[in-house]
Each structure stands twice: as C-alpha cells, then as structure tokens.
Design a protein around this ligand. Structure first.
Ligand code: AMP
Ligand code: MG
Length: 405
C-alpha cells in the first residue's frame, strides 16, 4: 500500500501536457489559454471622455460654483467616434459624449449636470457651476492596457473579462489547450443503467453520472463506455473502446473480492501498473497505470470513494495536463466542531460543511462517513483532510480543509 503523497507524486509525474487548438472567441469561455497574450495596442487608444458633458480648459473653471457661474462658449458638438475639428481656446467648450476623443486644447470634462444652457445669446453658451481639476472625467490613453504588456498569460482559465480583453485586442481566434477526453467504464454484474427498472439485488450505476459530471466540471470531455459485467473478455473489450481518450477511468472491481477483475484485465491489455491500494479513506483500492500516453485509473466502486479519488487524483492531473496552476487545489485551515477518531496510517478525506464565522473557518461533518453514502457527499461543500499519523482529533483542533467548489 502506497502513501497518499507518494501516490499523487507518481500520478503527477506521469502527466504530459497536451497540445493546443485554435478556437473562436465565442467558444473560449472556460478554456485554458495556450499562448501568452501581449497587447499590440494601447487601450483606450486615445484620451476620451468618461462622461456626457463639455470638454473645457480647467483653468477657465477656477472658483466656479453654484453662486459663481463661469460662462463658456460652445463651439462644436462631438459624439463617440467623432474627432473635433476645432481647438478649444480660452473660455470655450465643446459638447462631448462619453467615449468621444478629447478635443485639442481641453484638459477636462464637466458633467452636463454642473452646467446650464444660456438662452438668448447670439452664440451658444453655457454656465458652469463647478471648478475642475486638470484631467477630471478624462479616461487616459492606455490607462487600462499598455502596448507591449503581457496581459493574459498561458495557463489562464478564461473568464468573461478575459474574453472582453481579447475582443478589444482584435483576436477573433485564440490558441487554447485541447480539452482532455476521458472515458468512463462502470463495472459490476449488479449494475443497471439509470433508466432501467431495478430487479432484486441490482443497483443503478450512479458512478457513471458522478464521474461524468466531475469531468464536465473540470472542462473536459467525457466518453461514456457504459457498463461492463465482471467478465474478463467483456471488460477488455469495453476498456479498449477508451483507447482514443487521454484518460480511462474504470469504476469498481479493484478490491480484493473474487470478482474484482479489473486490475488483472488492465495488466493483460498492457497497462503498466504503477501502484495498487493507497493508504487513504475512502479510496483505498485505487489502481493507477498507463498504456503509452493513456493514463488509467481503476477507481474504487463505492460511490463516494470514486468521487473523492477523482477529486484528489484525477483533477490535479487535468490541471497539469491543461497547463493550469495547481493553486486551484489550495487547502485552508479550519476549526473542527466535533471529536474524530481515525485509523493510524491512513489519510482521511471527510465529507464536511465548512463555513466562515467570526474570522475563522469552522468544519463539521455533513453526515455519516460510509463510502457508499451519497447523501452526506451531496451535502458537503468541503473535505476535511486528516493526516496519516494522528489518530484522535479533538473538537476545537485545527485541520486542513479543501473546498469542493
Ligand atoms: P466493487 O469495488 O466493484 O466491489 O464495488 C463496491 C461497491 O460499489 C458495491 O457495493 C457496488 O455495488 C458499488 N458500485 C460499484 N460500481 C458502482 C456504480 N457504477 N454505481 C454505483 N455503485 C457502484
Ligand atoms: Mg464490483
């Protein structure tokens, strides 16, 4: 039996990054960027108005207030997209809309709200009721992004803001990491499909769907290979259908029962088995190996064991494969709200609810911890991680916690 950290290290060492592909910006959300994006332009590209109002010289507004209006002549109107033809001189203003280029001679913009149109003057004029500082209400050229700046680095998981930047930079297509394709095979004579009637003694293959969802949640592409009976020829045939994938996940049949055949079948079809059984709970009976570039996880069949194994072993693989930072695996410290007794030598991953209260995190179990119990898993927002050596954790002690979302 291998220790958890050693198992994770062996797994991570086997991962090779995968290639990139070009996608349109509309399909880029949630993808991992495979190139560094440098800006080839300043954004904004020119000084422009942050408000609807009048471009003025701030020196013409000195001491202006509601009791002391300054009068300015309006010499031109410009809207966003226009460039003023005239230059502002002493006591002049240009009516300007948000986003329009600041006219020559102006150094600030007064909001419409601080002005009033003067009627019955031969030339259009306004009263100004506020003193402005130079630069007021002007969005400076390059204040958001500078030409030459590394603005989004490779490995970034693209969010809606990144998509906006890429659009502003004129990048209708970008290079992203290909989405890993992951096969799932459920194994077990007792299993039936989710839409099937339950005959006595049978159970529906929930693992197919939990794993499927976990794969989708990681931004990867699942391939459902269905259910295989505990018959070597059938296991072999169905596992082979995952050979076009980057990773194959089998579920069940890796324990020490008479019909736990998966490990032998994997070995027979050429899997280089790197280890079997990890000193952890749940998830002990895990098998890991590879056939060439394909990584193979024989996940335990118990529903919670499979999910936790995915979370702690498969997810880090996907992060490395797609070039993302492992800091998405951050563990925090929380205060335990109950006593917990555990077995020596095993690392525990307990289903828990963790919340922030009075400046610290508090964790309590989300229900009984049997590895077949999906309900506490569904109620959990986090895993409490208890190290191998200690056997008793008192209420109030500090433990490591990892959030599931
Ligand atoms: P095994 O590791 O094959 O002995 O399975 C351990 C337990 O997990 C048994 O109670 C199985 O019925 C259950 N199990 C195995 N595969 C699945 C599955 N795909 N969906 C739900 N339960 C499963
Ligand atoms: Mg089985």
């Amino acid at each position: 039996m291998i220790k958890f950290n050693a198992a994770l290290e062996k797994i991570i060492d086997s991962v090779e990054p995968i290639e990139s592909e070009s996608v349109r910006l509309t399909g880029a959300l949630g993808r991992v960027l495979a190139e560094d994006i440098y800006s080839d332009t300043d954004i904004p590209g020119f000084d422009n108005s942050a408000m609807d109002g009048f471009a003025v010289r701030s020196s013409d507004t000195i001491c202006a207030s509601s009791d002391n209006a300054k009068v300015l002549e309006v010499i031109e109107d410009i809207k966003a997209g226009d460039i003023a033809k005239k230059t502002i001189d002493h006591n002049q203003a240009i009516r300007i809309m948000t986003g329009a280029t600041i006219p020559k001679g102006a150094d600030s913009v007064i909001m419409v709200e601080y002005t009033k149109k003067i009627q019955n003057k031969p030339r259009e004029s306004i009263e100004v009721y506020k003193e402005l500082a130079a630069g007021e209400n002007i969005r400076k050229k390059a204040e958001d992004i500078k030409k030459g700046e590394l603005i989004i680095s490779r490995g970034t998981l693209l969010n809606c803001g990144h998509i906006g930047i890429l659009a502003s930079l004129g990048r209708p297509k970008i290079q992203v990491v290909r989405r890993p394709k992951i096969a799932i095979l459920a194994t077990g004579d007792e299993l039936v499909g989710v839409g099937q009637r339950l005959a006595p003694g049978k159970v529906r293959s929930s693992n197919t769907y939990t794993l499927y969802s976990q794969i989708v949640k990681c931004g990867c592409i699942p391939k459902n290979l269905g259910i295989a009976k505990d018959i070597p020829s059938q296991l072999e045939k169905k596992i082979r259908r995952g050979f076009d994938c980057d990773i194959i996940l089998t579920s069940g049949g890796v324990s020490v029962g008479e019909f736990d055949l998966v490990k032998d079948v994997l070995a027979k079809i050429g899997t280089k088995i790197k280890f079997w059984q990890v000193a952890m709970r749940p998830g002990k009976p895990l098998v890991f190996g590879n056939i060439g570039k394909i990584l193979i996880f024989g996940l335990p069949g118990n529903p919670v064991s499979g999910m936790i194994s995915f979370e702690v072993f498969v997810r880090p693989v996907l992060l490395k494969m797609t070039g993302q930072r492992q800091d998405r695996q951050i563990e925090i410290e929380a205060v335990l709200e109950e006593d917990i007794q555990k077995k020596k030598g095993m690392r525990y991953f307990l289903r828990a609810r963790t919340r922030w209260q009075n400046g610290r995190y508090l964790s309590r179990l989300s229900g009984p911890q049997g590895s077949a119990l999906l309900k506490p898993m569904s109620l959990a927002n986090s895993l409490v991680i208890l190290g191998e050596s200690q056997v008793f954790f008192k209420k109030g002690s500090k433990v490591k916690v990892r959030f599931l979302d």
